[in-house]
Design a protein. Structure first.
Length: 272
């Protein structure tokens, strides 16, 4: 959808982008087509359709059934008028019961203000889905894909890389949006790991958050475990969190689970 057409639709329904919702509408048609081409399967869950810029491309495949989840109720009439065949779900995607949409392919131009919590929410349940394609701020994408010993490597990198395989699709400049954001964007394609890691998501998240609590401190200052547990893990507690791969964090969590019951100190990591 070109910007003049988008503005006409918005004016018709008395709408405008809502800054508090982080709404920037993607209008660059080749980019919209690229996102749609990456989507697989017959059932698609689009998060935050707004005025339906991406929705327009998702429904071009007549075999697809598209469900949209939108927090802003003002867009209901516009979406219904443009795409009467689309299923509308009015709710905050952070409150979504992902199991209700198991098997759907997820697509979203993520609102900038909730991109990180929404991706983590999806990641926790990603084994229910064949994959997802997300557009986000480029700086967030750099954190998602960051490697160890880099400034961008942190909790977000570890959590998503533990559970998902990530492919960098393309960068998108501000000129592709209306209104123009002040930053570049990036599209990432995500698929669940095969085999799926059988790990308690919240406990791993707590461990990783503790480890990165003070980035420059050694692990034993941030993660309060006994010397016995550190020794059994094979991980030098004098290292910093940014030097541990996501596989090492997984191993450390498993070591805590195996030996923590004998050492109450090891359980501090879950509640810090």
């Amino acid at each position: 959808m070109r910007v003049p057409e988008l503005k006409e639709w918005l004016q018709k329904y008395g709408l405008q982008p809502t800054k508090s919702f982080g709404q920037h509408f993607l209008c660059h048609e080749p980019t919209l087509q690229k996102i749609s081409d990456c989507v697989e399967g017959k059932n698609v869950l689009e998060i935050g359709p707004g005025a339906g810029c991406l929705t327009e491309y998702l429904i071009q495949n007549p075999e697809r059934s598209v469900t949209v989840v939108e927090k802003d109720p003002k867009f209901h009439d516009l979406i219904h008028a443009r795409f009467p065949e689309v299923h509308w779900v009015e709710m905050d995607a952070l409150q979504l019961n992902w199991a209700d949409y198991a098997g759907f392919f997820v697509a979203s131009n993520l609102p900038y203000n909730v991109s990180v919590p929404l991706m983590l929410h999806y990641t926790e349940h990603a084994d229910l889905f064949p994959g997802a394609i997300f557009m986000m701020q480029k700086e967030v994408a750099e954190r998602v894909t960051a490697q160890i010993r880099t400034k961008d490597y942190g909790r977000l990198s570890v959590m998503i890389q533990t559970y998902l395989d990530i492919s960098w699709v393309m960068d998108v400049p501000p000129s592709a949006f209306w209104p123009k954001p002040s930053v570049d964007s990036t599209i990432l394609l995500m698929r669940p790991k095969n085999p799926w890691p059988v790990l308690p998501f919240k406990k791993l998240s707590s461990l990783v958050a503790c480890a990165f609590f003070s980035r420059r401190k050694m692990l034993h200052h941030n993660v309060q475990l006994s010397a016995d547990v550190w020794e059994k893990s094979g991980i030098d507690s004098r290292r910093r969190a940014e030097t541990l791969t996501h596989e090492e964090f997984t191993h450390l969590l498993k070591t805590i689970a195996e030996h923590g019951q004998k050492n109450k100190e090891a359980l501090h990591v879950e509640s810090r």
